[in-house]
Structure formats: C-alpha cells, structure tokens
Design a protein around this ligand. Sequence first.
Ligand code: ATP
Length: 348
Amino acid sequence: MSTLTIRDLDVTLGEMAVLRGVDLEVPSGSVTAVLGPSGCGKTTLLRAVAGFVRPEGGEIRIGDAVVVGPGRHLAPERRGVALVPQEGALFPHLSVGQNVAFGLPRSERRRSPRVAEVLELVGLAGYEDRRPDELSGGQQQRVAVARALAPDPSVVLLDEPFSALDASLRESVRSQVRDALDRSRATALVVTHDQDEALSVADSVAVLDEGRILMHATPQDVYRAPTGLGVARFVGQCVELPADVTGGVAATALGALAVDAAVAGPAHGVVMLRPEQLRLLPADAPDGTAGEVVGGEYFGHDALVRVRLSGPGTGPPFDVQVRTLGEIPERGPVRVAVRGAARFYPLG
Ligand SMILES: Nc1ncnc2c1ncn2[C@@H]1O[C@H](COP(=O)(O)OP(=O)(O)OP(=O)(O)O)[C@@H](O)[C@H]1O
C-alpha cells in the first residue's frame, strides 16, 4: 500500500471545469472520504485517479510513482488502483469465487489461495461456490470489495459503495468493509454524499463543492470546527443565530455565548451550534432563554424537538436534540440552555 498524493489537479469535461486545484493526500494505510453534493465532481476525481479521465493540469502520485504529471498519463492497468463501483457490478454468470479471482492477474486466477483469503477478510469465508443472485445486496457489495482487494492494490477507490443498500444494512456493511480495509492495510479513497457515512467510515474527510476542496480534516474537526458555514451545513444540522462578538463573547438571542475561535471583535456575523449543544429546561428553571416547543421528530434512539425563542427578532425555530431515555418535552413553554462554545462566522 502507498500514499496517494494529488496536487493542484484540474479536470475539464466538455466546457465545464469539474475539478479546480484539488490538493489531497491519503496517507498509506488510511481511509479518506470525499464528501460533497451531487455533481460536485466526486466521481470525476476517482476516475482521474483510476486513469479513465485525463486531467488538464496537476499531479497524481501513488507512492513515489508519478502516474499523472506534465507529459505523463499512466494507463489505468499500470497504476495498481482498484475501483469498487456504486453497485458492485458482479458478473452474474460467474460464481463468487470466480468473480473474486477476476481481480487477480490471469496467471493466478486458478486455485489461488488469495480468493479464500480476501473472502475471509470481508466476512464471507466459504462463499466461493455461491452465485451473485443467491446473495443479499450487502453480501454482493462485500464480494465487490473482496475482488478489488484481491490483487493487493496500492490504492482502493470506492464510489458511493453503500448508497444502493437499505438503511438497515448500510451500517453493518459499512463497518464490515471498514474492517476489511483496516485488516488489509489498504489506502482507500471513498466518495459519498452521505455525511454519516463519511464521518463514520474515514480517518479524514475532505469536503468537495463545485470542484474545490473546502476543508480536509479529521471527522471530529470537520463536524466541530468547520471552516465556513457551507461546510458546517453540509456535515450536519446547524442552529444559526445572528451575533455580535466583542472580546471573544457573542451576544445572541440565546444570551452571551463563548466563541471557540480567537475572535476578539468587535465583529458582526453568525454563530453556529449543533443541536446536541442545546439543552431543554423546564419553563420555571432559573437558567436559559425562554422559548416554546412547536413540533419535533422522533428517531427512537434520540429525537429532535423544534423550539421557537420568545420575543421579537429571535429568528426562525430550530431543532434541539434530546435523548429519548428521559421525557420528551410536549408543545408549550420551555427554556433553552447552551453547552460548549459556539462557532462564529463573520459576515462581510
Ligand atoms: N463527460 C462529461 N462531459 C461534460 N460534463 C460532465 C461529464 N461527466 C460529468 N460531467 C459534469 O461534471 C460534474 C461532476 O460530475 P461527477 O459525476 O464527477 O459528480 P458527482 O459529484 O460524482 O455527482 P453524483 O454524486 O451525482 O454522482 C457534473 O456537473 C456533471 O454534469
């Protein structure tokens, strides 16, 4: 396995600049997720790394080998890159074992111990003789990952690998695939438009929008300390309030809040809180800010309660995340308290 290094990559398709100055490094043996909305250029990035798209500029290195650079565009089969497509694309007329062996060089396809080895890696030991139509969607996807890992590629690329699966299957297949990638010490680039998927499956997350990387950091930093409101909104729910900051404290409709970046102020802008930073208190509590429960959504493990603050100029209602072990507040008056620091984004 090798480090994948992408520098200043530009890709134009037809008239459209699809990737613009993309820099990305995936350290050897780690998993990076590229998260972005539909049409932002995720698949194009994978295709450029795999060698199916010819970039206009920039460099791609796999380990020490330059596979794309000035005057250089190595053929896909010489890059040591394996691609797992959106829907596994197994050959329906071949057995599971034959499908996996297809990932190996022709001379090694017959009776290679590697087939059993990678099937074990994805939790499907003994499935060699099954046919793809005898497997669940999640099992088919794991066979596709086994086929990609079989030749021990330098880099594995996964294109929305879980999007075709039912919500109930997605989490378990995701952790099985993550486990297989870890155990094979694969260097992997996963593209997805699903925030939960990116945050849970990867060591680092790169947020891509309109062909540019907006932020690349650990899942925790991307969620807790997004560099801009665009990133903040894309990786999770936000509560946004107008704010004036002076001396590191923001004056907001939820009272005076500490801001976590070094903002001395004075500055005008927006503070961003995550729903789990808010806490609902009884209407007669001494702390917090007065508001009213106006609706909500129940998810089983937790719930979102929609709250509107009392008084003029307090902005639209927002969601507060509550644990469902306790009572879920009914419609009516409450108070809202804040824990932790807010993120502040100056306007103008
Ligand atoms: N061959 C092409 N010629 C011109 N434009 C293209 C071509 N292929 C893709 N595009 C455009 O490039 C942009 C990025 O496409 P891409 O498939 O990389 O996005 P994506 O982020 O993977 O989207 P999705 O999540 O919907 O698959 C889109 O606006 C698309 O219309």
